[in-house]
Design a protein around this ligand. Sequence first.
Ligand code: ADP
Ligand code: MG
Length: 477
Amino acid sequence: TSWSHEVAMAQVQRPLIIQSHIIKACCPIARRSLLPRHRVQRLHTRTVTDHDISHLASLPLYPLTLADLVKHGRPPLTTQQLLTSANFTLSILPARLAHRIQSLRNLPFIVVSNPHVSKIHANYIHSLSTLLPWAEHEITSLEDEIKFTEVMADLVQTHSNTISILARGFLEARKYISPRDVTCFLDEHLRARIGTRLIAEQHLSLHFSSQPHAEIMHESDETPGFIGVIDTKLKPAGIVDHCANIVGEICELKYGVRPSVVINGEPDYTFAHVPAHLEYIMTELLKNAFRATVENGNEREPIEVTIAPKDLHGVTSNEEAFSKFDSNLRNTKQGNTDIASSSFTGALTSSSPKSDAQILPLKYSTPGVTIRIRDRGGGISPENLAHIWNYSFTTFNEDQASSSLTGGGSGSGMDALNAMTGPGGDGVNSLAGLGYGLPLGRAYAEYFGGGIEVKSLWGWGTDVYLKLRGVGRVDRE
Ligand code: ADP
Ligand code: MG
């Protein structure tokens, strides 16, 4: 019993462990961004009017690139660089929030009236109200920059549970909106959220890693490759290993067995990316592979993860790459320039804009990685294959869900919801159940021009190809 007690305890603590790992990985001192509540209440706000929203939402959205996130330089930043980062952040956020508010308001009224959905609307209004007082003037003093950083901390914190809240809301409102419309809304909303969060977290991280005491905190860090939330020496094999351990524990607790994971290809490869994103995606893909393998009675067959580095520079023109991931094209037609497609273009052309070159001469090639996850889990039936990219499509049995770790309950996906945490907010504690793993994982991958492709060999197993594009070398030349 002591063994299972230990595992159970590890399980209970897991969300915290994962979160602190992610926080450490993407921002060694981001803990400090979680400012105490009393500070939050002191934030200066300005009432948001309908005019504010329609005006801001009419502004074009700035297409964020990985290059944007590193252009202010390596921490510690000078005061001037910090102010530039703050003003850059301020210049893009209000329009993004206004777009989200507008898109929420375009949902059927009965859906927006759902308490969970309307909570999200209220969160956006709150965040916009904390930004409006800043919108009219530039941030020119360190004092203001500190106050602005508090606004960013509040923004990140306010929206940290968005995914579980929205999932709950749409589950309750499912009678009034089609799965297709839900997927359409969530795809746009959650993709936009990835960028907004990243912009705010990047400034927070740059701010705190530029404080005088930051040096001490960096000392214990073995890989000083971080520029804010980007790890310029991100090792995919390390993330795979870490995620396989976590998913393995969950799997063992649920099924009593765990398949092994074999990493091959080039495990030493490193590139520049956002570790929290890779970690989210990898956890979801491994959960699917583990579950299928065990449910198919093949737990003795290892799951094979192959790391294949690829220097995408010169290999893919924009158009070629776009047609490779036709989902990117799907996004452009929504006119939603703050998502994958545009950031992709930006990443490829980032060596040309003057703004980047002026601030820091960086060399951008566009290396990337393809990670193949191969399982013997029996594959996906052709009928199901058509639905796997829909938010909330799952073949996970609800009875199983209710008997899972999240502690009894009513089934219907709520158990998975109860366990949600992490950067994507998906159920870290449960192996499956929400149906958000694949679509949200793909949203993360596509954000910077990557993608996910699923190839099912029905009756045998599944190959999932995750492609990620790096920011290129970010060392000063
Ligand atoms: P969830 O895991 O919560 O069900 P996902 O979006 O991760 O949601 O996956 C949706 C569905 O796709 C799963 O329920 C499963 O039926 C199918 N699926 C995904 N990956 C695999 C895989 N590797 N092998 C077999 N089926 C899979
Ligand atoms: Mg899943």
